[in-house]
Write a protein that binds this ligand. Structure first.
Ligand SMILES: Cc1cc2nc3c(=O)[nH]c(=O)nc-3n(C[C@H](O)[C@H](O)[C@H](O)COP(=O)(O)O)c2cc1C
Length: 235
């Protein structure tokens, strides 16, 4: 499989470092976002198509899923990340419907991927990652998560956030409940996909909301719900 970005073509074995270089090559300058405090977008990369990679059946993934606390340090590949993000929020038909159900098909969730290469925002339309103008903030996220070692040591984190106002416009006071339910749907999809790929993950709900919001410089109205720690289980 080959990643294409303009004239830059990279063989599939190039992982996160090369992906970050692609982003760097793509960023002729920083675009600004609507909210002044949110990080600029440094570049955008279309992820590899989410081709089936795992060999486990759904039943096997359900049986094998376990919360993993220690990892071998190797970062999941771009192809594995593509598959996990697709499982969580990928678009599965021409109408824009996704892998996880959403109240009123309003899709309030936004996913952020954190690694040594920085911070990336998943864009389901076009199955893309945007690299944000932020450094590796995993240490700050671990601090926000009350210093939990599992957060500090995971080579990759996915932070699941929600924009409640998208759902509130139609469902009023039910919105907070609906968004929380959707976070569960999307996160479980990702966990099962990670399991089927032979990866390990642990969900973390214990964190200080404001500290996490501040580390990610989330747009106002975007709330962090869950930190998913992902890596290869330590032998
Ligand atoms: C809502 C929620 C919040 C959680 N928060 C944390 C956490 O902050 N830190 C942690 O190490 N595990 C956390 N977990 C993982 C649980 O400890 C784990 O799911 C439980 O021990 C059962 O083990 P299993 O997932 O392997 O079946 C959380 C799980 C859920 C569902």
């Amino acid at each position: 499989m080959v990643l294409s970005l303009g004239r830059v073509r990279l063989a599939s074995h190039c992982a996160w470092l090369a992906l970050a270089l692609c982003f760097a090559a793509a960023s002729g300058g920083c675009s600004t976002t609507a909210d002044d405090d949110t990080p600029a977008i440094r570049g955008e990369q279309v992820l590899p198509p989410p081709a089936p990679l795992g060999t486990a059946s759904l039943d096997q993934a359900l049986s094998a899923r376990r919360s993993i606390r220690t990892y071998d340090g190797k970062v999941p590949s771009t192809e594995e990340l593509s598959r996990m993000l697709w499982a969580a929020q990928g678009i599965t038909d021409g109408g824009g419907h996704r892998t996880a159900p959403s109240a009123g098909a309003l899709y309030p969730l936004e996913l952020y991927v954190l690694s040594a290469q920085g911070v990336f925002h998943y864009v389901p339309a076009g199955h893309k990652l945007q690299q944000l103008d932020l450094p590796d903030i995993r240490e700050d996220v671990a601090e926000a998560a009350l210093g939990q070692d599992v957060v500090r040591q995971a080579p990759m984190l996915v932070v699941v956030t929600g924009v409640i106002s998208r759902t509130r416009a139609k469902y009023g006071d039910r919105a907070e409940r609906y968004v929380a339910l959707e976070v569960g749907h999307a996160s479980q999809n990702l966990l099962l996909e990670a399991t089927s790929l032979g990866l390990g993950a642990r969900t973390v709900g214990a964190f200080e909301d404001e500290a996490l919001r501040s580390a990610l410089r989330l747009p106002s109205g975007t709330f962090p719900y869950y930190i998913l720690c992902i890596g290869r289980p330590a032998p």
